[in-house]
Every structure is written in structure tokens, then in C-alpha cells.
Write a protein that binds this ligand. Sequence first.
Ligand code: GDP
Length: 317
Amino acid sequence: MNERTIINNIKKGDTVALSKAITLCESTLEAEQKIAQNIITALSGKSEKSIRIGITGVPGVGKSTFINSFGKMLTLKGKKVAVLAIDPTSEKTQGSILGDKSRMNELATDKNAFIRPSPSAGTLGGVANKSRENIILCEAAGFDVILIETVGVGQSETTVSNLVDFFLLLMLAGAGDELQGIKRGIMEMADAILINKADGNNVQKAKNAMLQYKSALHLFPPMQNGWIPQVNTCSALEKIGLEECWNLIEKHNKQMCVNGFFTENRKQQNNYWLHQQIKEELGNKKYTQLKTEGKLQALEEQLLNNEATIYQLLAAL
Ligand code: GDP
């Protein structure tokens, strides 16, 4: 499949072409990288109407089970759902392979879903930047909900929050340490916390944990966008609380569109990646120089007005 065919087929929603483009993005060969950049440039800014949702939590909390059930619920609503995974440490995190299709059986066989496992190890910035590109490709292929899975133990959440519109944190009740190694910073970023596995004997415990987290969240500073983070319980396995979760995400989406934060957030994110790419590809020295010369703002404006992609801006520097 050549470049033109890949671009045209992605526009038609062909997932074979989409996979091929993602593989090219993840390639370390310069020639393939170049093709990938051309594809992304051709498809950038075409469709940015999707909702991008980050899903995080410690291994075993039920991320895969949740994504499988939640994704399936969405495809039944007529949505096209893409699942991407970010794991900067390795493909394997304590036995759980992010985005592993076998753990998302129902969704993996759904023709309206697309699942892409985490690329193999790389720098966090690098892996996340690939995900940014993958989001562009998935959107161009017509996916309207993009779920980005990551493990909630490291620093990756900060980076993931720069990719998504809504950040969902999955937690467990009564797993010893109430914060389960989840750093306060991650909780502060969450637009919603869901206490998973609220089924069987665990229902009451989950409710208690929900109350605990609700009062903990009161102590956090309010979010700039006016959103009040929500805490609920759910059972990914028994498919309970998933509709409520989707309603919440839609409510958030509407609120952000009305108050202008949806666009503002994406603009800030694009700027973040522009700055990151300049630092990564041209070095800190060049970045500081551009900054002192006051040239970054002009680049940001070109990006905002869709006059150029990050690649084109970098190539012209
Ligand atoms: P991940 O590592 O976060 O992706 O977690 P998994 O989705 O692989 O789930 C880990 C284990 O928890 C599996 O054995 C699941 O069947 C189980 N699990 C996930 N969600 C639920 C739930 O809502 N209720 C119960 N009882 N078990 C669950």
C-alpha cells in the first residue's frame, strides 16, 4: 500500500490502512518515519470531533475489563471506538499487557472498534507523541471515541492528560492503602474517579470508599475549567455504572464546549506537543533561542489556524 492509498483508505475508515499508518509511525527507520509524517500531515485537522478519554489505574484494577464493557456499550450506541495504550516502561507491566486484545474479547471482535496495543519501550515523551499521532489517524478514520489506557503508577498520567479531553481514574475499595500508590497529583487530574468491582460482597465497601474519595476531593483546589470531579462506583465485569459514566463524560463535554475550555484545552495541548517536539528534535538550546527571540508564539498561531502541522513547522526551522 503506498502513501496515497493509505491516506485515501484511512479517510474511508479502513482499519488495515490505519494499522499500517500506525506501524509506520512507530518505525525507527527514517524513510518510514518520513512517509508517516506525510500521512499525518495530510490527515491533520480533518476531524477533531472525537472525545478522547484517558483511563488509568493500577494493574489489576480492571482497566481492560472496563474498556471492553464500556467500549461495547458505546458501539451498541452506534459509536466507533478506538483503544490506544501508553506504557512507556515496557510492553508488560506486572503481567498486564496494555491494550491486549485477548483481554478485550468482545470489543476486539466488534467491527466498530479498533484496538492498538502499547508500542514497545521508548521514552515517555516519544511513546506519548506516537499516541498523539495515532489519535489523529484514528480520528481521520472516523472513530468518535478514543480510549487511551495507561497504568496509574508513574509519571505517564501527566503526559496522558495532555492528550485527552476527559481523565478517568479507576480505583479499588479496601485494597489496603487507600491511595493504592496513586499519587495525589493523579487524583487531582481526574475528572472522575470510579471505584470498580462494586459487585457481590464488595458493594458496601465500594460505597464507603466512594464517600472517602468524595471527601478527599473536596480538599483539592477547584479545576480551572469549572468542572467538579465526580466519584462513583461501577462493576466493569457486571456492566453496572457504565451508562452513568458515559452520561458524565457527555455532560463534561457539553459543559466544556459551552464554556470554551474544550477548544482551549486542545489548543494548550497542541502547544505543549509543539514545544516538546522542538525540544526533543532540535534540542533545548534551539528551544531557548526561539523562546528568547519571541518566535514560539508565531508558531503556535500557525498551528492553531491549521496553517501547518508540527512537522511542517519543525522542518521550516
Ligand atoms: P487491568 O490490569 O487493570 O487491565 O485489570 P483487568 O481488566 O485485567 O482485571 C483484573 C482482574 O479483575 C480480572 O480477573 C478481572 O476479571 C477482574 N475484574 C475486573 N473488573 C471487575 C469487576 O468489575 N468486578 C469483579 N468482581 N472483578 C473484576
